[in-house]
Write a protein that binds this ligand. Sequence first.
Ligand SMILES: [Zn+2]
Length: 270
Amino acid sequence: MQVPILTYHGNGIDGVDYHNNDHVALAADLELIHQMGFQIISLSQLLEWRLGRLPDSAVEQAVVLTCDDGSWFDYYDVDHPHYGNQTSFFNILKNHQTKHQQLVHISNFVIVSPDARKILDEKCLIGQGWWTDEWWYDAQNSGLMSIENHSWDHNHGVLDNNNINDDTFACIDNQSACDIQIRQSQQHIKTHFEGRHQAEYFAYPYGNYSDYLRHQYLPEYGHQLGLKAALTTEPKHVNLNSDIWALPRYVCNNDWQSAAELRIILTAEM
Ligand SMILES: [Zn+2]
């Protein structure tokens, strides 16, 4: 028995077609998932199974949905300057649930630092204030989208952080750097939700990591920080032997670029 985790990026909009727009892709993929008779389970259900607390039957023909970075495109419909109105991931899921009466859930790995998001909004989006966090509460309370930890600032190359290797997380390789990126984020999310929600999952920015973070810091401090598992972008299914600090997942428009290619992933040998 094995289950794929699928990953989408709300900011992934470079056109209006499946292969260049993750919103178009998500809507098409949900139709495929429904047509194929697959269920959408939450990351927590998957982990319960991985830990032996749920039977195989609970994850039969199942997928887990995740999205990364946590901008407005995940939650609000936004008028894109070039490609028209974009239905948010949240509304795509809600529409799908209404249309097919299918249970839906997505784990949203957000960039936690408000200051980093402000800079990223200016440098990576178009400076319209589309990377705020006032929607986290409603998203979490909806039961449809949970807010999870994608690090303090993504160690993003556009920030003034001496990320000389440009877009890697592998240089977060000592306790103080990990505390800033992970512990601080866990505390910030908990405070944001006034203690009523804390992130239980961490997704490695860029999918990569240092040996220290993956093999020492998370195994040693992860549970204490409220984390249950961490996710990479290694394109494989999760099975009963998957390491909880390196659960693999597939990335849309990287590991598959059409519904036909997703079908191949979903029908991979069980
Ligand atoms: Zn990311």
